[in-house]
Write a protein that binds this ligand. Structure first.
Ligand code: PA5
Length: 455
């Protein structure tokens, strides 16, 4: 189902930029207590995302049915409430899903609105009529300003067109016990699905957060969960080894982790992983309260596109990166390259398949990086299916949990994100944030301090 190939991260392949057998053995031994601690927490039921593969998804399937007849499904959410859905939709829906004929799709167009850019949202109201759209508003905390602002805009548009029937167009996904959205759903009698209280935003892809939008588009939640269950059962050791490898190379100076899928379907997994890795490991404080400023910077790239954009830097720039390829052994459909011209530039391509070309591009990049002593690894799946996609996300979540313990930071909080959220509340005049608003005003640079060039 899933392979983690780290051959090219070893010293035998990339010299001092990789790990010697002795370093690898030492890193595995040093990481073992972290593995045990993570497993102990999971066994005690303290790690919410570890329970997700066994969840009952019948409630999700039921709500999904009620939304399937709409022309559009708009997901309103940000960060962990959006990125998993985008990743799974790219992986599992037709690559041109929203452009496909309705008879071919037989499910709504899917839009993940994860920002508050006024042009984007105002434009969306023009291309997706509210009366033909169901809005799935997703927020674990139920308090996020961006998501609340989107909700106000769309509910207002629905009310103007449909009056009290606006409620038939809104589905809530949020914490089942607290937060504005939870209370709104109760008050307005909106259908509501839970994000388990012990599952944080970036670990919530395999909850209703992403399972519902995908189910509305015809992807069975059980299949995603079955893949995650397989990884939970058989993939923990590999995820631990991957965490050991990433952290050991980070300690050896590989401060940047590039994820480069050679598959359009997995393109947004790299974007989802970027949040998971950055928010989970980028921490000022260690678990014992010391200032440590940990974190490896995740970067997303796409093969073969970024060979023509980033590969120069990866091959010849600073040797400060670990490059992870995501590879698919078999693409779901062929696309033969016809033999049309006899010229040398094209002749060798004719009669081959685009999949063959993309695999050759990946091999070529891997070879060049290895020759340049750049450590690189490959996560390989047989093919993209709901099972392998669910399994892959669960694998990276496990890897992140282990890496957090190895680095001795809390992988499950995000104090840096909270600080910016509160500052936004203060700047936008939310009650209770008056003193923070004053503090922000006081901190503003004096006119004499400003350095701005104007043209
Ligand atoms: O991982 C996280 O916790 C964050 O990125 C959140 O997902 C993000 O801030 C959105 O929060 P919420 O789902 O509460 O609206």
């Amino acid at each position: 189902m899933f392979e983690f190939d780290y051959t090219n991260a070893m010293a035998s392949r990339v010299g001092e930029h990789g790990l010697t057998d002795a370093e690898w053995a030492a890193a595995l031994a040093a990481g073992r207590p972290a593995f045990d601690a993570v497993e102990k927490d999971a066994a005690a039921g303290k790690t919410g995302f570890r329970k997700l593969p066994k969840q009952d998804s019948t409630g999700i399937a039921r709500v999904a049915k009620s939304a399937a007849g709409f022309e559009n499904l708009a997901v309103l959410g940000i960060g962990g409430s959006a990125l998993g859905t985008t990743a799974l939709a790219s992986a599992l829906l037709h690559p041109w899903w929203n452009f496909a004929a309705p008879e071919a799709r037989r499910a709504p167009r899917l839009f993940v609105l994860d920002n508050v850019d006024p042009e984007e949202i105002a434009g969306f109201l023009e291309i997706a009529l509210p009366e033909r759209t169901v809005y799935n508003v997703i927020s674990k905390s139920g308090e996020t300003a961006e998501t609340a602002a989107q909700l106000l805009i769309f509910v207002n548009a629905l009310k103007r067109r449909l009056g009290d029937r606006w409620r038939e167009h809104v589905i809530v996904t949020t914490d089942p016990e607290k937060g504005f959205l939870h209370h709104l759903a109760l008050r307005e009698k909106l259908p509501s699905l839970p994000v388990p209280p012990d599952v944080g935003g970036r670990f919530s892809a395999l909850t209703a957060v992403s399972l519902l939008p995908l189910a509305v588009c015809g992807v069975e939640p059980q299949r995603l969960l079955a893949g995650a269950a397989t990884v939970e059962e058989r993939g923990r050791d590999a995820a631990f080894k991957a965490a050991v490898l990433y952290t050991a190379l980070y300690r050896k100076g590989k401060k940047i982790a590039v994820m480069m899928p050679y598959s359009r379907a997995l393109r947004d997994v790299a974007d989802w992983f970027r949040q998971l890795w950055a928010e989970s490991l980028g921490k000022r404080k260690s678990l014992d309260g010391k200032d440590v400023y940990e974190g490896q910077t995740p970067v997303k790239a796409l093969g073969a596109t970024d060979q023509h954009s980033q590969a120069q830097l990866y091959n010849e720039g600073p040797n400060d990166k670990l490059i992870a390829f995501l590879e698919v052994s078999r693409f779901r459909r062929p696309c033969p390259i016809p033999a049309v011209f006899e010229d040398d530039t094209c002749k060798f391509l004719g009669g081959k398949d685009l999949g063959e070309l993309l695999h050759a591009e990946k091999k070529g990049t891997e070879r060049a990086l290895t020759a340049n002593k750049r450590p690189n690894i490959t996560f390989r799946i047989e093919g993209v299916t709901p099972e392998t996609a669910g399994g892959m996300l669960h694998f990276f979540e496990l890897m992140t949990a282990y890496a957090g313990r190895i680095l001795n930071v809390n992988a499950f909080d995000q104090p840096g994100v909270e600080a910016a959220k509160h500052a936004t509340f203060a700047l936008m005049g939310r009650t209770g944030y008056e003193s923070l608003a004053k503090e922000i005003e006081r901190e503003a640079p004096a006119d004499t301090e400003r350095r701005v060039e104007r043209i």
